[in-house]
Design a protein around this ligand. Structure first.
Ligand SMILES: [Zn+2]
Length: 446
């Protein structure tokens, strides 16, 4: 708990956050009650306007930006994003809090109304409570508590963004904004993404991703005379056997220095996302059976997660070499590969200013050392890093990662309050640090 080591201003910040407990709960509930399901991307405009009203009241200039024409944007489901900016009186760094507003589908197994924001036993329940409307509300309360102590005479600038489509890749959200310069190191110097990694953890980045489609080729013939054709499914099964016997055990030996959580993800992994071969089971004739054919095609989609110690080229050639090896031993095996999607691994330096300040704030507020982690999957940091070229970025927010996307998702109110204190203290120290805006950030020094 907060000890005597807090400075006067820090004690004031902590008090201001504590005074906002009811406000934090109500804000989280209000956000949960706007069902921003993605797909299809419902109510983005409503949630942005709701936040705009609130943040204008707190003195922010707001821009509502539609990613017109971007991936998944349509008149029926427009992709709206909000950027709220508050300039201090003196020059200095800009600290940016970025949250996605979309939530995944409800699914089955709920005992609470997923869009009611019910409070029970000091927890708030609802779809998005943990991932990540609770984190968004926490960052707003942290900033408002800071402003109550400092406004208007703080140096630098503060930004809060609410963005679309993180759950489907962020292409109409953070990626679209980053392509337009909103996350360039010239205008933003520090980014905190309040994803639910838990109040004592700093997430430095994520592993890399390579998605690809692999198709084996065969030759059709009547199913009663398979010897006249060439079965694409059997070719695929030879490849799957090789994946099972040699590739997966090999990947399990590739360990990383990245502190990925959970620890089982601290290595290279491969998932087979889907498989399909031959005629569809639903493609039936009047007899109720699909026609008897030797399949001429079989397809799988692979999801390979790779480490900062590997390159995408190595990852791809390792897979293709394995395929060539199987093909050299198996007559008639022909295949085609198609890249679907890739993301470079991201790892922010532990000495980056935002890491150092959040780490110090965790120590002060929780009286415990921060734990450094890396996410097994990706989130919007990838776009800030790769498109924005902004390296001084972390995920830090309340909520338990394991609860994300589950039925009866919840967030603990006390965890949100603790995280808001950490964010508020971090903001205070980042804005009064010596780094200068309009100059590129070095991640090697504080
Ligand atoms: Zn999320």
């Amino acid at each position: 708990m907060e000890g005597d080591s807090l400075l006067g201003i820090e004690k004031k910040l902590v008090r201001e956050v504590d005074n906002r407990r009811d406000d934090l709960v109500e804000l989280t509930q209000a956000l949960i009650r706007i069902p921003t399901l993605n797909p299809p991307g419902n109510n983005y405009r409503d949630i942005c306007e709701f936040l705009q009203t609130r943040l204008k009241r707190s003195g922010f200039d707001c821009e509502l930006l539609r990613a017109k024409g971007a991936f998944a944007d349509s008149d029926e489901y427009p992709r709206y994003n909000l950027i709220a900016h508050k300039e201090g009186l003196e020059s200095g760094d800009c600290v940016h809090f970025n949250s996605h507003v979309d939530v995944v589908r409800v699914g089955s197994g709920w005992t609470f109304d997923p869009f009611a924001g019910t409070v029970k036993d000091n927890k708030i329940y609802g779809r998005g409570a943990c991932d990540m409307k609770g984190g968004l509300a926490t960052s707003i309360i942290a900033v408002e508590a800071f402003l109550a102590c400092h406004a208007p005479s703080f140096p630098g600038a503060i930004e809060i963004s609410a963005t679309a489509d993180e759950e489907s890749g962020g292409f109409s959200g953070v990626a679209w904004l980053a392509e337009r310069g909103w996350f360039s190191p010239q205008r933003v110097q520090h980014v905190i993404i309040p994803e639910p990694l838990h109040k004592n953890r700093i997430c430095l980045g994520h592993r890399g991703v390579w998605w690809a489609e692999l198709e084996t080729k065969g030759r059709m013939a009547h199913g009663s005379m398979p010897f006249l054709g060439d079965c694409a499914v059997r070719h695929m099964s030879a490849i799957l056997e090789e994946i099972e016997k040699t590739l997966i055990p090999k990947l399990a030996t590739k360990n990383t220095s990245m502190p990925v959580v959970p620890p089982q993800a601290r290595q290279s992994t491969l998932n087979i996302n889907s498989i399909h071969g031959g005629a569809s089971e639903f493609d039936k004739d009047e007899s109720g059976f699909p026609s008897a054919c030797v399949p001429d095609r079989c397809r799988i989609v692979i999801d390979r997660r790779y480490l900062v110690e590997e390159t995408l080229e190595e990852v791809k050639s390792e897979f293709v070499e394995m395929l060539n090896d199987v093909a050299s031993r198996r007559a008639g095996l022909k295949f085609e590969m198609r890249d679907l999607f890739s993301v470079q691994p991201t790892l922010t330096d532990k000495k980056a200013p935002v890491v150092v300040q959040v780490k110090n704030a965790i120590q002060k507020v929780l009286g415990a050392d921060a734990e450094f982690v890396v996410s097994p999957g990706t989130y919007d940091q990838k776009h800030i890093d790769r498109i924005g070229q902004l390296k001084n970025c972390i995920a830090y927010g309340p909520g338990l990662l394991d609860l994300a996307h589950k039925p009866d998702e919840w967030i603990a109110i006390d965890d949100m309050l603790d995280s808001a204190k950490v964010m508020s203290l971090s903001l205070c120290h980042l804005l009064s640090s010596d780094t200068t805006r309009h100059a590129p950030i070095s991640t090697n020094g504080v």
